[in-house]
Design a binder for this molecule. Structure first.
Ligand code: SIN
Ligand code: CO
Length: 383
């Protein structure tokens, strides 16, 4: 299925990371993929990240962290509230299926699907996020106000738990009905208020590493490989008039030592692919009770059983020479030939009928099944 009146190439050129876009119900026959009871049930689970924002008075927002006791939802009637549940796609296959419409953005940029459920007047307050988001109206109606561009210097209200904007410069207002979508770029102020009870919003969230995260992560990794005897050396040191000077030549050599250690592109690709594919929530475990064997994999393939990707797993690859490096859940697989084609196929779709494959392909599938990153349909634990 494709989103109607939505052109991904045009969107990427003119809106992505630039300006908001309202997409009026582009679905064939929009059905909200999760219901409020199911969401409340997830918010009671200890391994699921959930929050409740309650508004006892206008302009006052109070945050409670989940997991919640069921009884908490019974006392909620009096004031506006919003329940927010993270990574619902990891638990509800119909929510995970929504992501296939947004794969015009690469896998490694996709984070997860957060779902909120609010009573009339409920919202999380005016704020900005560091990330791109598609806000899909699941049920009910929500009014989104979109405002100014914000950054680290934008003034915030004093609040213990929430990063709420001190000022909101309204630039546009969008009333979303079920199936409508609003794209909001990073740093753009927004404020969504439920227009009725039974207001559900699904947020397709993206991620982007900060420069600080990249520098710390990569340099820590490089540091682990450096020995104590890899050290500054200056054979042929020339006499200098003032012993107090650190000469430009010395500085060049010192800086070159740092840049050379950090500048290895191949190692960087390996480190980034592995670290970026680490799971955010490792809990959804599809690992088989007893490890499968290569023959089990061959039998499942011969029977035409589809391979499913664990929705909590992260798949991405990097091309290398004739093959690819496949990254799954923090692990790297060097794949060539048939194995490389299979790695590309698995990275492109969350359900694949593999059919016949080489021994290399079987080995790759076997490793991934036993890690719990894929399963043959029918064997997945949480789907
Ligand atoms: C919501 O769903 O109420 C909040 C989503 C957001 O503003 O990022
Ligand atoms: Co937001």
């Amino acid at each position: 299925m494709k989103l109607a009146h939505f052109d991904p190439a045009d969107f990427l050129a003119n809106h992505w990371q630039q300006r908001p876009l309202q997409i009026r119900n582009p679905w064939d026959d929009w059905q909200c993929p999760v219901d409020p009871d199911e969401l409340a049930g997830l918010a009671c689970e200890p391994e699921v990240e959930s929050r409740l924002v309650v508004q006892p008075e206008p302009e006052i927002w109070a945050l409670e962290q989940g997991p919640f006791d069921e009884s908490r939802f019974a006392d909620l009637e009096q004031c506006p509230w919003t329940l927010l549940v993270q990574a619902v796609d990891h638990h509800v296959p119909d929510v995970a299926a929504l992501l296939s419409q947004f794969r015009f953005v690469p896998n490694w940029r996709i984070d997860d699907v957060m779902v909120s459920y609010a009573s009339a007047g409920g919202g999380v307050g005016p704020h900005f996020d560091q990330y791109d988001v598609f806000l899909i109206q699941g049920r009910g109606r929500r009014r989104w106000r979109v405002g100014q561009h914000c950054d680290d210097n934008t003034p915030l209200r004093p609040h213990q738990d929430l990063r709420l904007l001190a000022d909101f410069e309204e630039a546009a207002v969008y009333d979303l009905e079920p199936g409508d979508i609003l794209y909001v770029p990073p740093g753009v102020a927004h404020d969504g208020v439920a227009l009725d009870d039974d207001c559900m919003t699904l947020s397709i969230g993206f991620r982007a590493p900060s420069r600080a995260e990249l520098v710390t992560g990569w340099s820590d990794h490089v540091l682990d490989q450096l020995g104590d005897d890899d050290r500054y050396a200056d054979p042929g040191l020339v006499l200098q008039p003032n012993p107090g000077e650190i000469t430009p030549e010395a500085l060049d050599r010192l800086q070159a030592m740092v840049l050379a250690a950090l500048g290895d592109r191949d190692q960087f690709a390996r480190w980034f692919g592995a670290s970026n594919s680490t799971r955010k929530y490792p809990e959804i475990d599809w690992q088989p009770e007893a490890p499968l064997t290569a023959d089990d994999v061959r039998d499942a393939l011969a029977a035409g059983i589809p391979v499913l990707r664990n929705p909590a797993s992260r798949f991405a690859f990097v091309r290398q020479d004739a093959g690819v490096l496949l990254f799954v859940d923090g692990e790297m697989f060097e794949c060539a030939g048939e194995g490389a084609r299979l790695a590309e196929t698995l990275s492109a779709a969350d359900e694949v009928i593999v059919g016949e494959t080489s021994d290399q392909g079987v080995e790759l599938l076997l490793a991934l099944v036993n890690m719990g990153s894929i399963a043959f349909a029918g064997d997945e634990d949480d789907a």
